[in-house]
Design a protein around this ligand. Structure first.
Ligand code: FBP
Length: 315
């Protein structure tokens, strides 16, 4: 890509984050997501692309505004993944770890994935390919400890706080590793593990579309992911087949989810999170904290942006 689309899509995640943050804590879970989606649609529609929207987890939800199938004013065909607001409940309730994300990639490079749970293990580039999703959590924690030259007691495992993770949490505790439990926002939990700052591994079940966003981040930053979709019944398997997935034991790695080296990834914090700070409002506008990365050059930027509401804001 000659244009750094990352610098364009981050403007969209900023606007979505500002929009959501303005109504943070008001308690309306659908409204905050809808407003963030309207805002991101409006901003992405200004790009000179024909952006085909892929893996929108909310496309079947009647109460949530639909993303158009294509976004942009016209131009080269591109794939887009748009998560206007991850952790909508956290943002609506005024809790931590909600973030806005967009990924742009070469046309046809993002795997379309069913809206099912995927068990994921994610680590950063320092750890790399030593993990194996078919091994126990204990075995994976020990491998990570060995590569990072840490005592097991100093390895931090990030896990979504869900009943379904009780067994996982018990096992990680009994092997002696530290746990960082997050209430929502697994993409940002995975980014914490990729950056290695607040966690060393992310493990657990979340949605498969989130796995493709994490794969995009890894394509830009390095790191490693293994994911397995869980199927409860025949209808889940039919969903997978409709997405071209016939091997129900498949271990998904980054290259299975994103098949390109031309990807840009952008994120803006809405509320303070594991990876980014949330929006701070000032007397004249607001300050946002964003992250932009591009796979071709491996460049990544941490952006602090000052927005002045008296000077032509897009929203
Ligand atoms: O536990 P659940 O309800 O299956 O949801 C898991 C999902 O919840 C989240 O934490 C937040 O999801 P939303 O963005 O839909 O609010 C995701 O990151 C994760 O994939």
């Amino acid at each position: 890509m000659n244009i750094n689309y990352g610098m364009e899509i981050v403007r969209a995640t900023e606007i979505a984050a500002l929009t959501a943050a303005r109504i943070q804590g008001l308690g309306n879970h659908d409204d905050i997501l809808n407003q963030a989606r309207f805002a991101i649609i409006k901003t992405l529609n200004r790009l000179m692309i024909n952006g085909n929207v892929i893996n929108d987890r909310f496309s079947e939800r009647k109460e949530i505004c639909k993303l158009p199938q294509t976004l942009g004013e016209g131009g080269p065909e591109m794939d887009l993944m748009v998560v206007a607001l991850e952790a909508q409940h956290a943002a609506a309730d005024g809790r931590n770890n909600s973030t806005s994300y967009t990924v742009i990639a070469e046309d046809g490079s993002i795997q379309s994935i069913p809206n099912l749970h995927m068990y994921k293990i994610v680590v950063g580039p320092e750890v790399g390919e030593v993990i194996d999703i078919n091994q126990s959590p204990t075995a994976n924690v020990k491998r990570v400890a060995r590569v990072l030259r840490k005592y097991t007691e100093n390895v931090t495992v990030c896990i979504l706080n869900r009943k379904r993770h009780k067994g996982l949490i018990d096992e990680v505790r009994s092997c002696g590793a530290r746990i960082k439990l997050i209430e929502e926002g697994e993409i940002s939990g995975c980014l914490a593990a990729i950056s290695g700052e607040k966690a060393d591994i992310y493990m657990g079940y979340g949605y498969a579309p989130e796995g493709t966003v994490v794969a995009a981040a890894i394509s830009c930053l390095g790191g490693y992911l293994e994911g397995k979709i869980s199927y409860d019944n025949a209808s889940d398997r039919e969903q997978a087949i409709a997405h071209g997935i016939n091997d129900f034991n498949k271990v998904f790695r980054v290259e299975d989810l994103i098949n390109s080296r031309k990807i840009s990834f952008a994120a803006t914090g809405v509320t303070d999170g594991e990876f980014l700070e949330g929006v701070r409002f000032t007397a004249t506008g607001a300050v946002t904290n964003s992250f932009v990365a591009r796979s071709e050059t491996r460049t990544y930027r941490n952006l602090t942006t000052n927005h002045f509401f008296d000077y032509n804001p897009v929203f």
